[in-house]
Design a protein around this ligand. Structure first.
Ligand SMILES: Cc1cc2nc3c(=O)[nH]c(=O)nc-3n(C[C@H](O)[C@H](O)[C@H](O)COP(=O)(O)OP(=O)(O)OC[C@H]3O[C@@H](n4cnc5c(N)ncnc54)[C@H](O)[C@@H]3O)c2cc1C
Length: 302
């Protein structure tokens, strides 16, 4: 009989598996794709403490190996639904059913893409979804940020301190983000607002060299010569199969505080899929540890 099921083998799920097995819990990790989660597509990771330079794939491989060596079991299946009855969680996948008295949801989030033809090809080669992660790779070079919410405004602010020029491309002439932040951005000489405009194409050979933008009101087409394009048009938490189990916020993130406990006993949320302000590897790994130790304590106290 399993003690714990973890859904998702990204950073949060693998960290949870390491802590849970070390706490003596019989643990199954269910993952629908390759282990490692979002970070596996990133060729450069320079902000994980203690590892000055690595790739996402290498980092994921290390975490997976560590969890497996400690005795975590893995099932590469897609979780389709979860039900809880009498304190037992039944997890149905495309391959079968698993049950355990405690469950950690670590299914992360996906960045909303712009939907451009070349977007995937340039991801990691100029196109990024995280200014905090990748901004330094574009030091002294021109970049563009796409979006009109707080994330886009914050990204533009961060990049203004690093990059030579920051074009802030937004499809409307008003921002959804904070007015004060917009006003602060206007004080940066190297930030140019490109409003009422959408990116229609990405150009480059091996790496991004330009973003083509079109003004939706005038039809004017402009080619922005940029080395980096930061897409900040929102994230989609991957919580659809579990949303009925616990409270979520308006965007669909599972509501849980720093203790990773959801509104349902025995159900924990860890990593990018829970309500939080900083979605990074280090915070996902921290959540995994907290959720696993929380699950161990929950099982002891039952
Ligand atoms: C391109 C890119 C670069 C980044 N660079 C950095 C960086 O340099 N530094 C940094 O700190 N952060 C970086 N990040 C952010 C970082 O990757 C995330 O914060 C982190 O991956 C979150 O981990 P997680 O485990 O919560 O979620 P995820 O990594 O999203 O993992 C969730 C896992 O759950 C699985 N899953 C989802 N639904 C199901 C289901 N129904 N059934 C089974 N499995 C399921 C998914 O397949 C996935 O493997 C980057 C993100 C991206 C996209």
């Amino acid at each position: 009989m399993l003690d714990l099921i973890i859904v998702g083998a990204g950073t949060a799920g693998l960290s949870a598996a390491i802590y849970a097995t070390r706490a003596g819990l019989s643990t199954l990790v269910i993952e629908r794709a390759m282990y490692g989660g979002q970070i596996t597509v990133s060729p450069e990771v320079d902000n994980y403490p203690g590892i000055p330079h690595t790739s996402g794939a290498e980092l994921a491989q290390g975490m997976y190996q560590q969890a497996e060596d400690l005795g975590a079991q893995f099932a590469f299946e897609t979780v389709e639904s979860v039900e809880e009855e009498g304190g037992l969680y039944t997890v149905r996948t495309d391959a079968g059913t698993h049950t355990a008295p405690a469950l950690i949801l670590a299914t992360g989030a996906q960045n909303r893409p712009l939907g451009l033809a070349e977007e995937q090809r340039f991801t990691g080669r100029g196109v990024s979804y995280c200014a905090t992660c990748d901004g330094m790779f574009f030091k002294g070079r021109p970049v563009a940020v796409v979006g009109g919410g707080n994330t886009a405004l914050e990204d533009a602010e961060v990049l203004a301190g690093i990059c030579s020029t920051v074009y802030l491309v937004h499809r409307r002439d008003q921002f959804r983000g904070e007015h004060a932040q917009v006003e602060r951005l206007r004080t940066h000489a190297n930030v140019e607002f490109v409003l009422d405009s959408v990116v229609t194409a990405l150009e480059g050979e091996d790496k991004l060299q330009a973003a083509v933008v079109e003004n939706r009101k005038t039809g004017e087409v402009r080619r922005l010569e940029v080395d980096g394009l930061f897409v900040a048009v929102g994230q989609i938490p991957q919580n659809q199969p579990f949303a009925h189990l616990a409270e979520t916020d308006a965007q669909g993130y599972l509501k849980a505080g720093e203790d990773c406990r959801t509104s349902r006993p025995g159900l924990f949320a860890a990593g990018d899929g829970r309500t939080k302000t900083v979605r990074q590897l280090v915070t996902a790994a921290a959540d995994g540890a907290v959720a696993a130790l929380g699950a161990a304590e929950y099982l002891r106290s039952r």
